[in-house]
Write a protein that binds this ligand. Sequence first.
Ligand code: ATP
Length: 233
Amino acid sequence: MTELALRTEGVGKQYRKSWALRDCTLALPAGGVIALVGPNGAGKTTLLRLAVGLLAPTTGMVEVLGHDVTASTPHTLSRVGFLAQDHPLYKRFTVAEMLRFGRACNLRFDKDLAERRLAKLGIPLDRRTGTLSGGQQAQVALALALAKRPDLLVLDEPVASLDPLARHEFLQTLMGAVAEGDVTVLFSSHVVHELERVCDHLIVLNNGRVTLAGDIDTLLAEHRLLMGPRTSA
Ligand code: ATP
């Protein structure tokens, strides 16, 4: 049986009196790239934080990699990586210091792998991270996250602040990592037009509810069917 990267059953999250997420039921297979899209306030961050165990659901159940997140052991949670919005880095550290820090904090951390990735992108290891461009900082944050060798990597709006070229390069790196390893990527975005090329599965959230979910080819085929065949001018 295919392992599921993420399974939710009737998940809801209430902050004080308002519901950020309601009745969310999903089953997404491991492997490939899953994109979570929706407008501001749709509930994307809430769903991602529930998926990595940073928030507890008000209702329902969240399973990642076959384990209930709320009852998960540190071992299971160490298989799940999370990159928060704006790629937090210690800006006064050099890239090399960030890598040494990563290794000191986590024995699974593959420093050589991160160095190889960054060298391929031409990112100098002796530069303070705060002096790098936004696109380079995003790549460093991604290399650090991937060096922990997670089975599931969750990224909250990783390309929101990047220009089109940096966004393209970041997505290329993500797809490359998925192609060469066993990592499943789940990321949120409100930039929809590039997703057809990038993702294998799509979740659309609107006003706290899942309005569409499934594999991208099926969704696109259904969408084109609904839209009807294109007529030539
Ligand atoms: P954005 O793209 O703007 O980051 P989002 O799709 O990630 O939005 P969430 O951040 O999950 O959406 O927020 C969903 C709803 O929950 C919003 O109405 C938001 O104001 C509300 N919300 C989020 N976090 C909290 C909180 N800690 N306390 C109260 N309300 C919150």
